[in-house]
Design a protein around this ligand. Sequence first.
Ligand code: ADP
Ligand code: MG
Length: 746
Amino acid sequence: MLKLKDVSKFYYNKGLIATGFTKINLELKMGEFVVITGESGSGKSTLLNVLSGLDSYEEGEMYINGEETSHYTEKDFEDYRRKYIANIFQSFNLVNSYTVYQNVELVMLLNGYKKKQVKQKVLDMIEKVGLTEFKNTKVSKLSGGQKQRVAIARAMIKETPIIVADEPTGNLDSASSKDVIELLKKVAKDRLVIVVTHNIEQVEEYATRIIKMHDGRIIENKEIKKVDIPEKVEESKYTKITIANKYRLGIRNTFNIVPKFLLLFAVFLFITVALLSEYASFRQTEYEANKAGYNVYFRDLSEERIIIKKKDKTAFTNDDYEKIKKLETVNYVVKDDITLDSGISIFNDEMGIYLYGDVKEATSYNGNLTAGRMPENENEVVAKIPEDYYYVRNGAEEVLDKKFKIQNQNATYNGEEREITIVGIELYEESEIFNYGRNTKFYVTNEYLDEYRKELNQNYSKIKSLFAGKYYESNPGNPYFRIMPSDKVASGTAVVSDDANYLFKDNRARNKELKIEIENIYYKEELNLKVANTYTKNSFTRLTGYKKYDENKGGVFVNKEDYTSLFNKPSYQSSVFVKDEKDLEETVLKLEELGISARPVREFKVNEGKEILQIIKIFKLVVTVVLILALFFISYFIIRIILKSRNVYFTTLRMLGATNKNVKRILDIELFINSSIAYFSFIIFILLNKLEILNIEFIKTLLKFLSLREYILMYIILIIMSWLISRRFSKRIFKKSAIKTYNEEV
Ligand code: ADP
Ligand code: MG
């Protein structure tokens, strides 16, 4: 079965060469019970390690089952060990934190058997070594003799043809020693057993061959009994360890040593808290950097506001709005942005009243009127005014039902005196300090808003009029070629200034074609008209219905419907409000998925100290990265210390036939489970705060600045960290051969 020809083993240690054994010649057959003796340091253990493939040899030839092994790779020896060898050690080499049952079962799990499949076999084997009553006892609680019986049970259950026992009785009293040897003989049957012992007397009656070693050489090799069985070798069967078994062992290892579990848990919890709070504080800086600043385009700078447009540049449809409203993080949608970004002033010079505030849709009003009613037409408005405001200090009646002149912000001033009546008032308690009229709100009808939108569209469009083959552009702030709606003008026609006559060769504008083209960032529109009439200062009011000639001279007056077709366009830009500002980014992403380009209004802000804030942001990012690295190394060193006591366990697994990869994976799983438990414990803790069962300020900040995406990201970082820690750790302990690590640890 095993044959050595002039085999030598040397140890190289820092330039010194030590001899394990030299020029050993030996042939061992199945059925033999080989006893090796010799004084300490004579090379017995070294010989056993080489025979059992735990250690390499330097010279000579070793044959296994007739096959020469000089070409064997590490993997071949691994295979050999799994098929042929079961080891029993002087120091038992059991997993102390496992029960008797788990220790015996372990080798079967590593060899790919299913847990259920091996149950009876494990119990039978425990029965055979007489430990049934201790089967659920942790090995650490057993006596030395009992431990060695467990080791024998574990060696036997694999049913390998060869059993190698290095001083199995070395740590036992003489009574237990006798038991162990007898047991070994009993279970050995037709196998090849190789035992190292100092007590020849105890084994003499069983031994078939006795070998004496001295100074690395065999000085006596005596066959006592002839073994007469045919050389029939039954290899032990094994398959690759199953994934289920790796998880089973990983989970078992997570919990079987409670202090170790708690220490690892504490480390992972520390990483989790540090990561999350550092990230949250990073987000907070970013958030504050964004918050500072002002904006010239938008009045409503709410943190929750997102400006949206469709990517294909078409107008929003009701369908689009429905889809947007269905998003979980969306609070509400404001179709008409102008109501958010516009203010109006209303004034009455005689009464000396001047009010300024936001314009809102009357339909969105949900307060309680102090006096009056809701508006019913374009010229009526409800005002919501802080109760301690100067003009209403004597009550709502001061302004209720009074007529005011009105001026829209951003609208073209045409000098016409539009009047509006405050038909309803709400006086409310305002806690905020006065901020540029934002405390007053005017609720107007949709008709009013329609008119207002047209004015704004005109203001934000490029308007060209084609007259006599030439384009004339109108400019905001200048009445020339401004388009004005008028009841007095028939549809399809225009009334223009008599200056226009001089644009034509025949000095007559009447009945000539006029084409109006308008273009803005959202749409293009054109209108073909015929000049119906020209106005002079005297005929101006009669022909146009407008009163102020000087302010409107040069304007192009068209029918109200034609005007509407040019400027009353559906919404191309709307605003979405999210429920919570921390949902902003997530919502932007979801809107983009719907084919909508979305930008939080805060991004439009003009930041005065932008560069400095940028530097702070970069600095923070660097700090975060450095922190993650520092966390990694600190936790790696702590975990290494915690796991050091586990080296014996890992080398035991390897000696039982687990590959390095398997052992690594089992450790991965253990750290994965432990870090996940730590992470989710903290998440539960956060949830308790969210549900207001607990109330901790620091957690509240986390909640405010982290979204689901970031929680998932942090979890992934944690898992990657634990995987890297596991990798680093296993690299260290697997650098050396199993037997070397084992010798150093035990
Ligand atoms: P035994 O088991 O008979 O007591 P060993 O096989 O352990 O003897 O040792 C045989 C020789 O090899 C001794 O001289 C010992 O010092 C040496 N030896 C054993 N292991 C190592 C090692 N890892 N490094 C260097 N020398 C070693
Ligand atoms: Mg020894």
